[in-house]
Design a protein around this ligand. Structure first.
Ligand code: DAH
Length: 362
């Protein structure tokens, strides 16, 4: 066998069996590259006699063509294999179940705030907000709780320094939103103000941070009758019962005159107080659920409103407490422990929230 035949016998089967594209490329370089074996043969043509060239030239060129073709053919096969492997590896099976993150839940406080907003929206109330870091005037003074007033001792207040050196308070109730609303809007006013409030207090029914909802109505000719109807309508909608009985008890709040505490009747069922029924019945009693009253004339004046022209009522209650009464939790502290097991038990499905408009008990 001539050298050429030997070279062909070495190269072609090796190319045809090249295991991968990079191996094939090195074979191409060692045969056809600048220093390649076939390139070297081609270079010898220059030093040949015309006769030799006539006989050797076609053989060398045919070898070069055969090698070039073999490389192209093998390259096509290897590329097709690589593509097929890639497609197989990256294949998406749309019939597999989706890899979803664990579902989140809606905290009972958020749930109840949502329910409250819906109930009051139906009665024409807008939602108002105010800052959690309040000044003395909005949290106390404008609400007719002056500096020296003993009522201030009713609130175990967290004080903080303001940027201007003035003392600030973490608002102890949502009532300052009454002031912020009356000083920024013209009556008639119908608002609720849900939000966080702070008091230095901690036991099974008190946490340093908790939630309240405030309500305020300012209009002409507003009386206690409007207050009672509004609260009764709200409590019936919230507890989803028609047999809610209210009892209004005279009470003292510096920002109301008269002030009333609102009790609802409950019935003992399996050792639990269940809202509903006449509190006077043998198997029941009364439970306080709200503070309220007619807005004090001095509060109206503090906000630039003439009490002879405008009257109103206000109320405030604990959102967490409403949640406990409706959904049956008994330790307030667990609301804010962040224990995922508690949330799983008492939380609401994010996509399945029972609301008045969307349906209850879904
Ligand atoms: N701000 C009161 C509290 O935190 C609750 C309250 C009582 C709000 C009477 C009112 C009201 O608007 O009229 O204890």
């Amino acid at each position: 066998m001539s050298d050429l035949d030997q070279l062909r016998a070495d190269l072609i089967p090796a190319i045809e069996q090249a295991p991968a594209l990079d191996a094939l490329e090195s074979m191409r370089v060692s045969a056809l590259g600048k220093q390649g074996s076939i390139t070297a043969l081609l270079k010898t043509l220059g030093g040949m006699t015309p006769e030799q060239r006539t006989s050797e030239g076609p053989r060398i060129h045919s070898l070069r063509e055969a090698v070039t073709d073999a490389i192209a053919a093998r390259k096509a096969v290897l590329e097709a294999d690589a593509l097929a492997a890639k497609l197989a590896a990256e294949r998406v099976d749309l019939t597999l179940p989706a890899d979803m993150p664990p579902p989140g839940g809606v905290h009972p406080v958020a749930q109840v705030m949502d329910e409250l907003a819906e109930i009051f929206a139906d009665m024409g109330f807008a939602v108002a907000t105010g800052p959690e870091i309040e000044d003395d005037w909005h949290n106390f003074t404008a609400l007719n709780i002056p500096e020296t007033h003993p009522a201030r001792a009713m609130h175990d207040t967290f004080y903080v320094d303001g940027p201007d050196g003035e003392r600030r308070v973490l608002r102890t109730h949502t009532s300052p939103v009454q002031i912020r609303t009356m000083t920024s809007q013209k009556p008639p006013i119908r608002i609720i103000a849900p939000g966080r409030v702070y008091r230095s207090d901690s036991d099974a029914t008190h946490t340093p941070m908790f939630h309240q909802i405030e309500g305020l109505v300012i209009d002409k000719g507003i009386t206690l009758a409007h207050l009672k109807w509004t609260l009764e309508t709200f409590l019936k909608a919230f507890f989803e019962r028609d047999d809610i009985v209210l009892r209004l008890r005279p009470s003292y709040f510096p920002f109301t005159e008269p002030g009333v505490e609102v009790d609802v009747g409950f019935t003992w069922i399996k050792g639990k107080r269940v809202i509903g029924g006449d509190g006077n019945a043998a198997d029941g009693g009364w439970m306080e659920v709200l503070g309220s009253g007619m807005v004090h004339a001095r509060v109206l004046e503090n906000c630039g409103l003439d009490p002879n022209e405008w009257q109103g009522f206000a109320f405030g209650t604990g959102v967490d407490r409403l949640a406990m009464l409706k959904y049956g939790m008994d330790d307030l502290r667990a609301f804010f422990d962040g224990d995922i097991r508690w949330l799983k038990h008492y939380g609401f499905g994010a996509l399945d929230v029972p609301t008045l408009s969307g349906g209850v008990g879904a």
